[in-house]
Every structure is written in C-alpha cells, then in structure tokens.
Design a protein around this ligand. Structure first.
Ligand SMILES: O=C[C@H](O)COP(=O)(O)O
Length: 214
C-alpha cells in the first residue's frame, strides 16, 4: 500500500513529519511519502523522505508569475505531485496540462477527483494514479472506506474500465491502520491522508499505527 501524507498548510513541523515518514518507511513493506507546502519541499526532501508536491501548474518556463513549475518542483527534490486536489481544483484542460508538465519533469502523478465518474475522466488523462476523495468527508475523521465504501469500489471499477494501468488511491478521514486495511480490501492500492498525521500530537506514532497491520 502507498501511504501519501499531505501536509496541506497545517501548522505542523514538516521536518519532524518527514523524518517520521522516512523512519517508519524503513520498518514496513508499505510505501510512505509526504507532500509538504511548496516552500518546504527542498528541506523535506533533504531528510531522505519520499517527497511530493501538492500541486503543479500546466505551464513551461516563461512568463508565469505565481505558478508552480514542474521542473522547479523536481529540482527541489519532489518525485511526484498531486494534481487537482479538492482544495486546489483545476479545469479539465489544466489537469491534462499539469499531468503533461509533470511527465516532462519526470514527476509521478496522482490526480484527485470527487467521485467515480470524475475518476474515469481523470484516468483517461493517463496519470500514474488517481485518488477518490468525497469532499464532504475530508478532515472529518470519518473514513471514506467506512462512510462510503461504494465510492471506493466504484472508483476502482471506473479507473479499470478506462485504463487498468492507473492505480487508485482513496482519501478523506483516514487515520488508522484499520482504515488503510479497509481501503485495500475495497481495491485501493493506497491512501491519501492529511489531518490524521499532520494534526497528531505524535506524527510518528500516528504513522506507525497506519502501517502496523500492513
Ligand atoms: O489530501 C488529503 C485529503 O484531503 C484527506 O484529508 P484528511 O485525511 O484530513 O481527511
């Protein structure tokens, strides 16, 4: 299972979380990665933790003030990027452009979507993975695998119907190892989570709990 921890703009210490991700990754068969704010990517990558960006824009080098350039994100140490997170939505053409920009910079891609229909559309753009996240469950602590298991199974089917090379992650409300196991039982190959680690008093203990049953 892939456990991708998105730090959003939570007021956690990104280095503390990254070091925990690095250390816990060494204890498990699961793959762990962390997606800090753009300005923290370089320092986080220097810890040795697998580091992702939260977003890249569908642009090339040039006159693009205030954008995230895929090549710069990669230069800073990221190996992958989220695209179209629920809190950073893009138009369809821009999702496509962002996936192409990430490919150009050799970044792995996870395109986020609200529901199975959007997952099918996202999979058609050829990312490495898609992540289904019902927005109403984000940050609630109620796991999507429990509150809406059909959305995960239907997302897995929707992606497979379009391109069975595209992996499916699920996210929203995931915070325990049981939640991760439930996601896997529904066909997901990974989870995307944030508050369960970023808001934990002890992020390392939260990560250890997440991977304990894997
Ligand atoms: O990127 C992560 C997701 O939005 C899930 O957030 P959450 O784990 O706080 O529900």
């Amino acid at each position: 299972m892939f456990v991708l921890v998105n730090l959003k703009t939570y007021p956690c210490d990104p280095i503390e979380v990254a070091e925990a991700v690095r250390d816990v990754d060494e204890t498990t068969d699961a793959r762990l990665a962390v997606a800090p704010e753009a300005t923290h990517i370089e320092r986080v990558a220097e810890t040795g933790a697998e580091t992702w960006a939260q977003h890249v824009d569908p642009i090339e080098h040039g006159s693009n003030t205030g954008h995230a350039l895929a090549e710069s994100v990669a230069d800073a140490g990221a190996v992958g990027t989220l695209i179209n997170h629920s809190e950073r939505r893009l138009k369809l053409a821009d999702i496509d452009g962002a996936v192409r920009a990430a490919e150009r910079a050799d970044l792995e891609t996870v395109v986020c979507a609200n529901n199975p229909a959007q997952i099918g559309a996202a999979a058609a753009l050829g990312p490495d993975a898609v992540a289904v996240e019902p927005p109403e469950l984000i940050g609630t602590g109620t796991p999507v695998s429990q509150a809406d298991p059909d959305v995960v199974e239907d997302a897995v089917d929707a992606a497979a119907n379009v391109d069975d090379e595209v992996s499916v992650l699920c996210g929203a409300g995931i915070s325990t190892g049981d939640d991760v196991v439930a996601a896997g039982d529904l066909g997901a190959e990974g989870v995307l989570l944030a508050s369960g680690v970023a808001k934990a008093d002890d992020p390392k203990a939260a990560l250890e709990d997440l991977v304990e049953p894997l």
